[in-house]
Design a protein around this ligand. Structure first.
Ligand code: 5GP
Length: 194
């Protein structure tokens, strides 16, 4: 059974949903009187963006971006590029990046520079998960759902080899799952970020 790969539930569904409602209230208050653009980073942030958007009581549009990175299947390598760009211009808009997880910060730094080049009115970041202990690049993150330890997590949009996104909670995976993979690894192709 695929669920046997789960080691531990770190954030149960009810706690996730409670925190998302509270983030929604904070965003609603901070952007009062403004129209907001969510930039949802695919695919990892799909669940979070959908629930967060419904917790925000403001005029809001949602756009999506797909980034790619190279490396093995559970370690970020530091090279990022835009695979699929936004549909609409963010010039002069109030833009909020909605991320699943910030780990080293390298992906976010690339995305930040990419969006700033389009001259938004302002740009902030909301991440569901923050793996602070692994940070290499510091960027201001205005909204953080939860801090997580240095473990590879899945669920609620986050994958391992495209699986586990549909779990309604955040969980760690058993180390045997990666051990099996690293035996098979020998220079991986480009993979979609998130
Ligand atoms: P960074 O560039 O900050 O090191 O990595 C950010 C991206 O790496 C995330 O958006 C996500 O795609 C991936 N990532 C980092 N840590 C994890 C994790 O624990 N679980 C999953 N599923 N993806 C992760």
């Amino acid at each position: 059974m695929w669920r046997e790969a789960i080691q531990q539930i770190l954030i149960p569904e009810a706690e996730l949903q409670r925190r998302i409602r509270s983030l929604g209230r904070a965003i609603t208050a901070d952007y009062a009187g403004k129209e907001l653009v969510f930039v949802s980073v695919l695919r990892g942030a799909i669940m979070f963006s959908a629930d967060l958007a419904r917790a925000v009581d403001l005029p809001l549009t949602i756009d999506c971006i797909t980034l790619s990175s190279y490396g093995d299947r559970h370690v970020s390598s530091g090279r990022v590029h835009v695979l699929k760009d936004l549909a609409d211009s963010v010039a002069d808009k109030h833009v909020l990046i909605v991320e699943d997880i910030v780990d080293t910060g390298i992906t976010l730094q690339h995305l930040w520079q990419h969006l700033m080049a389009h001259r938004p009115a302002d740009l902030h970041v909301c991440t569901l998960l923050d793996k602070r202990v692994r940070r290499q690049v510091e960027l201001p993150i205005r909204y953080v759902g939860f801090e997580v330890p240095d473990a590879f997590v899945v669920g609620y949009g986050l994958d391992y080899r495209q699986r586990y996104r549909n779990l309604p909670f955040i969980a760690s995976l058993r180390p045997e799952v990666f051990a099996e993979d690293s035996r098979q690894l020998s220079g991986c192709p480009a993979r979609e970020h998130g």
